[in-house]
Design a protein around this ligand. Sequence first.
Ligand SMILES: N[C@@H](CCC(=O)N[C@@H](CS)C(=O)NCC(=O)O)C(=O)O
Length: 208
Amino acid sequence: MNQATIKLYGTPLSGHCHRVSLLLNILGITYEYVEAPASLRASADFRKLNPLGQIPVLTDGDLVLCDSNAILVYLVKRYAAASPWLPDDAVGAAQVQRWLSIAAGELRYGPANARIYSLWKIGKDDPIRATEIGHDLLRFMETHLTDRNYLATDHPTIADLACYSYIAHAPEGGISLDDCPAVRTWLARIENLPGFVAMPRSVIPAAA
Ligand SMILES: N[C@@H](CCC(=O)N[C@@H](CS)C(=O)NCC(=O)O)C(=O)O
């Protein structure tokens, strides 16, 4: 498989970008990584790609795709349709969508926001509320994963990749995983997938 026309605009410490590079690497898709710091994201050229100014953005030839979860869906449908990463059956597809929604909701507004605040002291949202949302989400995930190997089905899907990065890096936002053995075992399962690439770690602040 060789798609030299694919470009991924991102930054190394963005979990939204990491979930996309994870899938690209796992599927063995060749791509060019374009570093997109805030200065580039503010430029008129980048705003033509994504008027919201957000990363990740993926281009594939003339196609421009924004939103990490949309990009995950595209990559599987376009390049790995016969693979199990996005099931077609009604229940499997619905369960994957549930976790993509959680990735864009509780995960974003919980662990991801708490990490943004801890690492960069920025963000419009209340860090205390982000920490509460993070702990609630982890409690739920711990119960959910107690008798399951993966989030949505009995095998890994894009739901797992969408949730992996910000859960693995939750301690950087002061949200400990110490009381979540099932979650840590699930993280290790993802880390053992062929093609897994880690997101760089940042300094871990004291637990909240
Ligand atoms: N729903 C978007 C959210 C992406 C997002 O929030 N990206 C952050 C970096 S992790 C960003 O670009 N922030 C800059 C901004 O919002 O101006 C997605 O899933 O791709």
